[in-house]
Design a protein around this ligand. Structure first.
Ligand code: C2E
Ligand code: MG
Ligand code: MG
Length: 467
C-alpha cells in the first residue's frame, strides 16, 4: 500500500509537472491563435472568437476591417524591422481605444480586424470608427523620424443568422470603399451600399464559377514582322463569355481577379490553354510562332509558378523558346529585385520576356538595362496619336532608339492606320500589332487568318510602295 502512496515531495513534483505541461499546452495553443509580433489575436484566433460570438448573440456586433494604405512602401523604404515597429504602434493605438468586451486581431501584414460590441449603444460603432481613424492619422515615430500613415477602415454590422464569412466580406467591401478616399477614413457597410459594389461581390462569385465551368476563352492577336510582313507572334488575350452580359474584356474582370487572388488559378488556366492552342497550331504546320502570355504581378509572388510552368511546358510538348511572357512596366517596378529574380529563374526554363505598355510607367534607363527582357512593347497611347501629334512621333522614335541601343526588339502596339505603320517603318520599328493587321481572334478564325496570311505581306508591300 505504502508503495502506491506518494510522498508529499513526490506529490509536489507531480503537481508541478502537471502544471508545467498545462502551462506549455496553453502557451502552444496561445501561439496558434496569437500574433507573435503584436501579442493580439491572429486571423485564426479571431475567427474562433467571431464564430463563438455570432453563435451566442449576433445582434449588436460590429466587425471592422482595417487596412493601412501603402504600407508596402514603408517596408520598402524603411525596412521590415521598422515596418514591424509601425505595425506594433498601430496595434497599441487601436487597442487603447477598445473596451474589454471588444477584440482586436491582426489578419495579415498590414491588416487588422476588430469586433465591437455595440448592443447597449448602437451609435458606438461610428464614434469608435472616428476615434480610431483620428488616432491613426496622428504622426508615428519610427527610427527617430515622424511618419504619417493613411488607413482605411470598413465596418459591417452583424444581423441575425449571418455567418462569419459573409460578415468578413461585408467589412472588406466597406474597407475597399473607404480606400477610394485618401487619408484615414472609414466606411460602414449597409443595405444602401452602392449597387456597383454589390455587383463586385456578385462578380467575384460568378468569376469563380466561370473558372470551374470553363466560361473563359482566349483570343489571339497576331504580331507582324515589319520587314517580311510575316506573322511572327501571337498575343493571348483572355475573355469571359458571360451568360447574361455577353463577352467581357479583361479590363472588366482582371483587376478583380488580381484583388481577390483569383488571378492565380485564372493565370494558370490562361497559360495552359495558350500552350494547348499553340500545340494545336504547330500540329497543323503553321510556321513557328511566339506565343505571348500576359502575367500579373501577383502571379510572380506565387511560389509554385516555376514548377507549374515547367510541368505545363512538358505536358504540352512545347519548345519553351516560343513562349513569351508580357509584364507591364508598373508590375516590374513594384518589387524590381524580387521580380528580376523570378524572371531569371523562369528564363532558365528557356522562355523569354517582354515589357508591356512601355512608356506608361516610370522605368529609368538603369532599370531597363537591368531587366532580363528581350522585347519592348510601345504602349498604344503613343502609337495612336503619332500621325497627328509631333510630340508622340518624337517619343515613339526615342523609344525605338532606346530599345535598339539595349539590343531589344521593339513591338508597336495598337497600330490602327497605314500612316502609323508607315511612320513606324521609317523609325525602324521591328514588329507591329494592332487592329490594322487584325483584331484579337478566336482560335479557329486565327487559323484561317494564318493560312491566308500572305495577304498581310501585301499590306506592307502596298505601304512601302505608297510611301
Ligand atoms: P495588353 O497586354 O496591352 O493588350 C493589348 C490590348 O490592346 C488588348 O486589349 C487588345 O485587344 C487591344 N488592342 C490591340 N490592338 C488594338 C488597336 O489597334 N486599337 C485599340 N484601341 N486596341 C487594341 P484587351 O484584350 O482588352 O486587353 C486589355 C489588357 O488586359 C491587356 O493589355 C492585358 O494587360 C490584360 N490582359 C489580357 N489578357 C490577360 C491575361 O490572360 N492575364 C493578365 N494578367 N492580363 C491580361
Ligand atoms: Mg500584353
Ligand atoms: Mg500592352
Amino acid at each position: 500500500m505504502a508503495r502506491d502512496q506518494l510522498s508529499p515531495d513526490g506529490l509536489q513534483r507531480c503537481l508541478r509537472y502537471v502544471d508545467e505541461r498545462r502551462h506549455q499546452r496553453l502557451l502552444l495553443e496561445g501561439l496558434a491563435v496569437q500574433d507573435p509580433l503584436t501579442g493580439i489575436a491572429n486571423r485564426y484566433g479571431f475567427l474562433g472568437v467571431l464564430k463563438a460570438r455570432l453563435e451566442e448573440e449576433a445582434e449588436g456586433l460590429v466587425l471592422g476591417h482595417l487596412d493601412l494604405d501603402n504600407f508596402r512602401h514603408v517596408n520598402d523604404s524603411l525596412g521590415y524591422q521598422h515596418g514591424d515597429q509601425l505595425i506594433n504602434q498601430v496595434a497599441v493605438r487601436v487597442k487603447e481605444l477598445l473596451d474589454p468586451g471588444d477584440t482586436l486581431a491582426r489578419l495579415g501584414s498590414d491588416e487588422f480586424a476588430l469586433l465591437l460590441d455595440t448592443q447597449e449603444d448602437p451609435a458606438r460603432a461610428g464614434r469608435m470608427a472616428t476615434r480610431i481613424v483620428d488616432a491613426l492619422a496622428e504622426p508615428f515615430r519610427v527610427d527617430g523620424e515622424s511618419l504619417l500613415l493613411g488607413c482605411s477602415l470598413g465596418l459591417a454590422r452583424a444581423e441575425h443568422d449571418i455567418e462569419a464569412d459573409p460578415l468578413m466580406w461585408h467589412a472588406h467591401i466597406a474597407m475597399r470603399r473607404a480606400k477610394t478616399q485618401s487619408g484615414c477614413t472609414f466606411h460602414i457597410y449597409d443595405e444602401w451600399l452602392n449597387r456597383s459594389e454589390r455587383n463586385l461581390a456578385d462578380l467575384e462569385t460568378e468569376l469563380r464559377r466561370a473558372l470551374r465551368r470553363d466560361e473563359l476563352e482566349l483570343h489571339y492577336q497576331p504580331r507582324l514582322c515589319m520587314q517580311t510582313g510575316q506573322v511572327v507572334g501571337l498575343e493571348a488575350l483572355v475573355r469571359w463569355r458571360h451568360a447574361e452580359r455577353g463577352l467581357l474584356g479583361p479590363n472588366e474582370f482582371i483587376p478583380l481577379a488580381e484583388d481577390t487572388g483569383l488571378i492565380i488559378p485564372l493565370g494558370y488556366w490562361v497559360i495552359d490553354r495558350a500552350l494547348r492552342d499553340l500545340r494545336w497550331l504547330l500540329d497543323r504546320d503553321v510556321a513557328p510562332l511566339h506565343m505571348a502570355i500576359n502575367l500579373s504581378f501577383r502571379q510572380f509572388q506565387d511560389s509554385k509558378l516555376l514548377p507549374t510552368l515547367g510541368r505545363l511546358i512538358d505536358e504540352r510538348g512545347i519548345d519553351p523558346r516560343w513562349i513569351e511572357f508580357e509584364l507591364t512596366e508598373t508590375a516590374v517596378m513594384r518589387r524590381t529585385e524580387q521580380v528580376i529574380k523570378t524572371m531569371k529563374a523562369l528564363r532558365g526554363l528557356g522562355v523569354r520576356f517582354s515589357l508591356d505598355d512601355f512608356g506608361t510607367g516610370y522605368s529609368s534607363f538603369v532599370h531597363l538595362s537591368a531587366l532580363p527582357i528581350a522585347l519592348l512593347k510601345v504602349d498604344r497611347s503613343f502609337v495612336g496619336g503619332m500621325a497627328s501629334h509631333p510630340e508622340n512621333r518624337r517619343l515613339v522614335r526615342a523609344m525605338i532608339n532606346l530599345a535598339h541601343n539595349l539590343d531589344l526588339t521593339v513591338v508597336a502596339e495598337g497600330v490602327e492606320t497605314r500612316d502609323e505603320l508607315a511612320l513606324l517603318r521609317q523609325f525602324g520599328c521591328d514588329q507591329a500589332q494592332g487592329y490594322l493587321i487584325s483584331k484579337p481572334l478566336p482560335l479557329a478564325e486565327l487559323a484561317r487568318f494564318l493560312v491566308f496570311g500572305a495577304r498581310r505581306g501585301n499590306l506592307l508591300a502596298d505601304e512601302s510602295a505608297g510611301g
